[in-house]
Design a protein around this ligand. Structure first.
Ligand code: AMP
Length: 363
């Protein structure tokens, strides 16, 4: 049973967010500008969003008493990451409007369900197969062909739980290296660009799309986002259309980030979905009329969406680990917009902040 009757949550209300990382932090800051309070819920006490939240709960994601108490203290619930148990989403949705619905998380938190969903909805993707044993992996490798990429079905992000298989002799080692009971084998995509499109979708099902951006990774972690992507207009238009189709098929209320590959032949293939603000949308804070975070707040609270128009072109660079030590030099550059997440320990590869540089819009 759902508590969502399409209610509008007016400014002054409280938004409950599961997860309290930098995405929750930047959402809470956008929410505050619109007069909302945020109650963040996260198992780790030292989380970036807690520093800017009106209320916090530190408890595991399956603590039913804490979840009920949290739901009772907010007007609407959303998520800043998707890896929470299904039963948690269902419990929350029975108490308060929960946007997006737990079903959206259920699909997006599991690579196989996600790929099956995309395949069923005729969204272009690379070939894939479910594998539950080394024998099944051998069969799948024959069907799909090598090279291919073996991924864990669950809890994989930033390249974690991912093994490249170049030749048949690598199959057994890849299976044991993946270290999970269920995997997914994907055909290797010989891409020229990795891009993403963020779609905001309101309770009235109206959609607003940000321009497709180009993403460059370092050690599987997003390093740089270039907005807009440097690709021909027909490819950008196609990418936007695909992202909107996926948001509609999933019936997302909130945000959907769609990560895609552009092949050397100009084909656009969807890689992954994230039903929340996304690292590749941080540039929108400084370069767009409405940032992805404000858009997220608007959608979740049932407000009209803002314009996603960009007033400038932008390059966003993540500050990973020790990169953050350069904060003085960054601040000394008058055109650089520095965003720090309030994390105390700059561990290797940890997202500590980002910096966005704007240039006049070219088109
Ligand atoms: P993911 O965790 O699925 O986002 O993958 C992390 C990164 O691995 C992607 O951003 C790509 O650079 C690379 N990758 C993932 N899947 C494939 C694939 N099927 N073909 C080629 N590269 C891939």
């Amino acid at each position: 049973m759902s508590a969502d009757r399409g209610q509008v949550i007016p400014p002054g209300g409280t938004i409950g967010i599961l997860g309290a990382g930098q995405l929750g932090r930047m959402t809470a800051m956008a929410a505050a500008r619109l007069g909302y309070r945020v109650h963040s819920y996260c198992p780790e006490a030292d989380s970036p969003a807690f520093q800017v939240s009106a209320a916090k709960t530190v408890a595991p994601y399956d603590d039913q008493a804490a979840l009920r108490h949290f739901a009772d203290s907010v007007d609407v619930i959303t998520f800043e990451f998707e890896n929470i148990p299904s039963s948690t989403g269902e419990l929350l949705a029975a108490h308060r409007p929960t946007r997006p619905t737990p079903n959206v998380l259920h699909v997006a938190q599991h690579r196989l369900r996600e790929k099956d969903f995309l395949f069923t909805n005729k969204v272009p993707i690379t070939r894939y197969a479910e594998v539950r044993s080394v024998e099944a992996l051998q069969r799948a490798a024959q069907e799909i062909g090598l090279p291919a990429v073996l991924k864990t079905a669950q809890f994989g992000y930033d390249g974690k739980g991912q093994v490249m298989i170049g030749k048949e002799a690598d199959i057994a080692a890849a299976w044991s290296r993946m270290g999970a009971a269920i995997g997914i084998l994907e055909g290797f995509v010989d891409f020229s660009h990795e891009i993403s499109v963020i779609v905001a979708r309101g309770i009235d099902r109206k959609m607003v799309t940000y321009t497709p951006v180009e993403n460059q990774h370092r050690n599987h972690i997003l390093d740089t986002t270039i907005a807009p992507a440097r690709l021909p207009q027909p490819i950008l238009t196609r990418a936007e259309a695909i992202a909107r189709d996926v948001a509609e098929a999933l019936d997302v209320v909130g945000l959907l980030a769609v990560e895609m590959f552009v092949t050397k032949g100009g084909e656009v293939l969807v890689n992954e979905l994230a039903p929340r603000p996304h690292n590749s949308g941080h540039w929108t804070i400084d370069a767009c009329v409405t940032s992805q975070f404000e858009q997220f707040v608007r959608a979740v609270c049932g407000l009209p969406l803002g314009s996603a128009e960009r007033h400038s072109d932008a390059v966003m660079k993540n500050l990973l680990g020790d990169d953050v030590a350069a904060w003085r030099e960054i601040l000394a550059d008058p055109g650089a917009k520095l965003h720090l997440y309030g994390k105390s320990e700059p561990r290797l590869g940890r997202k500590m902040g980002h910096v966005t540089r704007l240039t006049p819009r070219k088109d």
